[in-house]
Design a protein around this ligand. Sequence first.
Ligand SMILES: Nc1ncnc2c1ncn2[C@@H]1O[C@H](COP(=O)(O)OP(=O)(O)O)[C@@H](O)[C@H]1O
Ligand SMILES: [Mg+2]
Length: 234
Amino acid sequence: MECSKQRSQHSLIAMNEVCQSYLMADQRLSVLNNVSLEIQAGESCAIVGASGSGKSTLLNIIGLLDQPISGRIIIDGHDIAKLSMNQRADLRNQLIGFVFQSFNLLPRLSALENVALPLRYRGYSAKNAQRNACYQIERVGLSDRLHHRPADLSGGQRQRVAIARALVGEPSLILADEPTGNLDSSTACEIMDVLLDLNRLQGVTLVMVTHDFSLAQMLRRKLVVQSGQILSGE
Ligand SMILES: Nc1ncnc2c1ncn2[C@@H]1O[C@H](COP(=O)(O)OP(=O)(O)O)[C@@H](O)[C@H]1O
Ligand SMILES: [Mg+2]
């Protein structure tokens, strides 16, 4: 599947009347109600709102990790409903890098091995995977910690490794879910700088979920989510 990575203004994410709900003990719990939004390539956009408002649910749908019960989603020109499971996975691999609050690194692997792993899964030789991983680790300013395991890194350094891992497939979209949620405020600022630089200097589209309105201010756009609906956007 071809997937455009050009940085010109085009709609990268378009959602129309998307609904999500979960069945809990015979009760249908509505989590997203008719969410529509559009995000252009190259934008930085915060999805902000209180805990439980539906932000992660929304991000997981944008990231093709979950499918909604209804609504239309176009990602980089592809109507998601028309793709097979494998095509969705291919699109996700080509286009999207994920960064999570809890880093999700493998504890037995070094920083370098953690970052190289997605490429090994894609069939790269160990040498090529490590070369690309080294480059991405350099991009996040951690070249002097290549052989450290996660337990021997600080929280901020772990998140840098996780960002390098998200970058290793050269995604044009980074989806970050509370990426600074486990970090103290000065480390959080450093991680924000890494993410914002990727957006500003390298044109990577950034969509970041946060419950922290002051962090949301650092991104160019804010979509406010409340009770599964987008309250306001700018
Ligand atoms: N897999 C699930 N099954 C049932 N309920 C869920 C599931 N995922 C999320 N929820 C519920 O959906 C609501 C929104 O969750 P979430 O999107 O994680 O919120 P946020 O990220 O804004 O804190 C919450 O009430 C949560 O309990
Ligand atoms: Mg969440």
